[in-house]
Design a protein around this ligand. Structure first.
Ligand SMILES: Nc1nc2c(c(=O)[nH]1)N[C@H]1C(S)=C(S)[C@@H](COP(=O)(O)O)O[C@H]1N2
Ligand SMILES: [Mo]
Length: 452
C-alpha cells in the first residue's frame, strides 16, 4: 500500500465510522462502512423523489475531499480544442433539470441462488433523484467533438482501495450526446452531496448506475473501445440467462446499459401480520430505455391480477409509485405480487435470469403476509454471524475495508478460494502458509447457507 493510500484509508477509518453509524440510524443498511455502500430502506419506495438521507450510496473506492476553488473539469481526446472548465464556466451553460431513477446493476444480487460474490444488495440499491446540471452534449460541442469519437471516458477523483484500478467508465457517443445525459451539479435542489459525487457527476437516465461516474474531473473522447478494468472486466453481462454457476466466455459478455422493467412492493412488508380490514398494497416501478406503462398486482399467488393505480410520471425516467386497495377475504397466508410492463411490452420474469456477477435482478417481487384477527409488526431478521476473529484473518482482511463486506457473503470454500486470489490481486497479503487456515475460517463463519 502506498503511503498516500495508507494516509487516505486511515483518514477514512477515523472519519467514516460515525457516518456509517448515523446512516444506520436513518434506517439505511450499511453494506460497507468504508468505502461507503449504503442501501435505501424499504420505506424509500413510498416517496416520489428519494430524500438524500435515504438515497443509496455505492462507492468502489474511498470518497475524495474536493476543493471547489481549485477544481477543474478537463475535456480532452478527440476534440478540436481541449478545455479546462471551472464550476462558474459550467454554470454559464443552460441549466437542465430532470427526475431519474439510478439503480446499481448489482441491486438484488443477494436474491440469486446459488449465491454470488459481491455486495449483497436486497431491493434498495436504487433511488429516484431530481438532478440538475448541464447537458454533456453542450460541453462536448464547446470542445468541438470530432466525428472520430466513439466512446466518452470519465475519470473520478475517488481514491482506489488497495491496488484495485481506478473507477473509469465509458459511455458510447450516441448516448453521451443524448439531450437527457447530464453533468449534474445538483441533487434534489441542493449542491451534489459529497457521497453522491460533489461537485459534479454524470447522469445517464435509463442506464445502470455504473455509468453515472461521480466526482468527475476529466472527460476524454476516444476513437476506440476503452480497455480499463471497469469496462473490460467489470459490469459485463451475458445478455441472456445462463445456467446458474456456469462460467461464461468473457468474449460473450457485453457492458450493462439499459435497466430492465422492475417493481418492488414496499408495503406491506414481507412477514407482516395484517388485520382483516382494508390495506393498501404499494411500492414503486421503474424501467430503462422504455418507460413504465402499467403495474398489476396479484393477491392470490398469481392466479388473478388487477391494475394498480400509478402516480403521475415526473419524467420518462422517473419511477412511479403504485397503489392497490385490498381487503383480505379471510384470515390466512397470502402472497402479494407486483408485475410491471414497459411501453415496449417487456414484463418482469418469474424465474431469475442468473448471470455470473448477479446483475439486473428484476424477478416479480413476492411478499408473504399473514392475515390474522389483529395486526402485529414483522419479526426482526436474524442477527448476523458473530465470533472471535482469528488473528491471521484480522491481519489479512481488515484494513482496506471492514468485516461488514465479508460477513454478508454466503460462499462455498471454492468461491472463497477464488475471492482470496482476487484480494491478493488487489493488494491483500495472503501468505501461502495461511491460505488453508483462512479458507477454513471464512467457510466456517461465512459459508454457503440458504437465504431463509
Ligand atoms: N467515481 C466513481 N463513480 C461512481 C462509482 C464509483 O465507485 N466511483 N460507483 C458507481 C456505481 S457502481 C453506482 S451504482 C453509482 C451510485 O451512485 P450513488 O452513490 O450516488 O447512489 O455511482 C457510480 N459512480
Ligand atoms: Mo453499481
Amino acid at each position: 500500500m502506498t503511503s498516500r493510500r495508507m494516509f487516505f484509508s486511515t483518514l477514512a477509518a477515523a472519519g467514516f465510522a460515525p457516518l456509517a453509524a448515523e446512516t444506520a440510524k436513518r434506517g439505511m443498511r450499511v453494506l460497507s462502512t468504508r468505502p461507503e455502500d449504503f442501501e435505501m430502506p424499504m420505506e424509500g419506495f413510498l416517496s416520489e423523489v428519494t430524500p438524500i438521507e435515504q438515497f443509496f450510496v455505492r462507492s468502489h473506492h474511498y470518497t475524495p475531499k474536493v476543493d471547489l476553488a481549485s477544481w477543474r473539469l478537463a475535456v480532452e481526446g478527440e476534440v478540436g480544442r481541449t478545455l479546462s472548465l471551472s464550476m462558474d464556466d459550467l454554470r454559464k451553460l443552460p441549466r437542465v433539470e430532470l427526475v431519474s431513477v439510478i439503480e446499481c446493476a448489482g441491486n438484488g444480487r443477494s436474491l440469486y441462488e446459488p449465491s454470488i460474490i459481491g455486495l449483497q444488495w436486497e431491493h434498495g440499491g436504487v433511488g429516484n433523484g431530481r438532478w440538475a446540471g448541464v447537458r454533456l452534449a453542450d460541453v462536448l460541442k464547446q470542445a468541438g467533438l470530432k466525428p472520430t469519437a466513439r466512446h466518452i471516458l470519465f475519470d473520478g477523483a475517488d481514491v482506489p482501495v488497495g491496488t484495485m484500478p481506478k473507477f473509469q467508465r465509458t459511455v458510447p457517443t450516441a448516448k453521451a450526446l443524448h439531450p437527457d445525459t447530464l453533468l449534474a451539479y445538483e441533487m434534489n435542489g441542493q449542491a451534489l452531496p459529497v457521497s453522491h459525487g460533489f461537485p459534479l457527476r454524470l447522469a445517464v437516465p435509463g442506464w445502470g448506475g455504473d455509468c453515472w461516474t461521480k466526482w468527475v474531473t476529466r472527460i476524454q473522447a476516444l476513437d476506440r473501445d476503452f480497455e480499463g478494468f471497469f469496462m473490460a472486466t467489470g459490469y459485463r453481462h451475458p445478455g441472456k440467462a445462463v445456467v446458474p454457476g456456469t462460467a461464461v466466455d468473457p468474449k460473450l459478455m457485453k457492458p450493462v446499459e439499459s435497466l430492465h422493467i422492475k417493481s418492488v412492493i414496499a408495503a406491506p412488508l414481507e412477514g407482516a401480520v395484517l388485520g382483516t380490514g382494508p390495506v393498501t398494497i404499494s411500492g414503486a416501478a421503474w424501467s430503462g430505455d422504455s418507460p413504465v406503462a402499467s403495474v398489476e398486482v396479484s393477491t392470490d399467488r398469481g392466479r388473478t391480477w388487477k391494475p394498480a393505480r400509478l402516480s403521475a410520471a415526473l419524467s420518462r425516467y422517473s419511477w412511479r409509485t403504485f397503489q392497490l386497495a385490498w381487503t383480505p377475504p379471510e384470515q390466512g397466508h397470502y402472497v402479494l405480487m407486483a408485475r410491471a410492463r414497459d411501453a415496449a411490452g417487456n414484463t418482469q420474469p418469474f424465474a431469475p435470469e442468473w448471470n455470473p456477477s448477479g446483475y439486473l435482478w428484476n424477478v416479480v417481487h413476492q411478499v408473504l403476509v399473514e392475515v390474522a384477527a389483529a395486526a402485529s409488526a414483522p419479526k426482526a431478521p436474524a442477527a448476523p454471524a458473530t465470533g472471535t476473529p482469528n488473528a491471521r484473518y484480522k491481519a489479512a482482511c481488515i484494513g482496506c475495508h471492514e468485516e461488514d463486506v465479508i460477513a454478508q457473503q454466503r460462499l462455498t470454500r471454492a468461491q472463497w478460494d477464488r475471492e482470496l486470489t482476487k484480494m491478493k490481486n488487489w493488494g491483500a497479503s495472503v501468505p501461502d502458509d495461511a491460505r488453508n487456515e483462512l479458507l477454513d475460517y471464512l467457510t466456517s463463519r461465512f459459508g454457503y447457507r440458504p437465504r431463509r
